[in-house]
Ligand binder design. Sequence first.
Ligand code: ADP
Ligand code: RBF
Ligand code: MG
Length: 361
Amino acid sequence: MAQPLKKLMSCVILDLDGTLLNTDGMFSEVLKTFLVKYGKEWDGREKHKIVGKTPLEEAAIIVEDYGLPCAKHEFVNEVYSMFSDHLCKVKALPGANRLIKHLSCHGVPMALASNSHRATIESKISYQHGWKESFSVIVGSDEVRTGKPSPDMIGVVAGKAAGMEVVAVPSLPKQTHRYIAADEVINSLLDLRPEKWGLPPFQDWIEGTLPSEPWYIGGPVVKGLGRGSKVLGIPTANLSTEGYSDVLSEHPSGVYFGWAGLSTRGVYKMVMSIGWNPYFDNAEKTIEPWLLHEFDEDFYDEELHLVIVGYIRPEANFPSLETLIAKIHEDRKVAERALDLPLYSKYRDDPYLKITSSKGQ
Ligand code: ADP
Ligand code: RBF
Ligand code: MG
């Protein structure tokens, strides 16, 4: 049957905070600096409590939890004024540069609409190479009569009300239910398929994999959640996430692949999941590499170093354990085949795989 003619997308409007820029991380950074002034230490403990709260509610929680000797509005003001000093450290979210370059190269007009004031938007993006020039229009909340009261849901609703197709990229995990009005909810910009929306497709996928600059994680193999993955034929040599919050915030949860070095055994192909395993709905993010090799014994506590070279897919939920397992075996095939490509096989010799003691970079 002939496909119905797809509506051709003529332009794209992008949101800034939590879509293109990792400003969530900025909040923690500022908070850390702020709390030091009061002789306190921010340990990220409050993070789950402040999910989806307004700045004032966030402040209330933090002022109370840390017993800070200041009023809530003072706290908000001070924290927000500190933001400006941190703007240069704010990082583009995974896939943001890739998307902006892609749309620019194909001449798709882009606008940036944000709930921040115009001046804040300008300073935020001034640190991101090539961004300002890429947008034909930038609109801040001070330039419209009524800005978004809430930075998340309303953006989606507003887009729909304007007759647009809306793809939401929740910046916090397990928040997809808040974006039901969107035409699609994706885990990160890496998962955007522009062709679904009448835009030119990305051309950087290679045999089911998206290459990335290599990144590194290592440490002793720890006990996992004891779900009996081994019994299912999919043992995963879990690594501790401790000390890797920076690396992990630069890479979305999902299924990745690369090379694994075990100190005394050798270097092996590897496919892994990083995240909350939606099927099991873990409370903690886990790093679970499956080494594509048959071992005669367990290797808990041994030093395991990973060089991650590419991305395969977002984590997903599955209707049954069988379908989850089948998908993981498919991931294994994709990884095994891809790792034979020169583009990826060259990292087999990365010295990081042979170093035994030091931590990842
Ligand atoms: P846990 O919940 O403790 O992670 P698993 O059932 O996932 O338990 O089994 C993982 C353990 O199995 C690893 O820590 C490792 O010692 C062992 N193991 C044996 N073969 C492999 C393999 N091919 N890949 C990963 N781990 C393996
Ligand atoms: N768990 C999920 O809930 N969803 C996934 O999409 C998912 N993908 C995985 C992909 C790979 C390559 C591996 C090794 C694990 C994956 N898992 C996923 C994690 C899996 O739930 C976990 O390892 C279980 O303990 C397996 O029984
Ligand atoms: Mg495991």
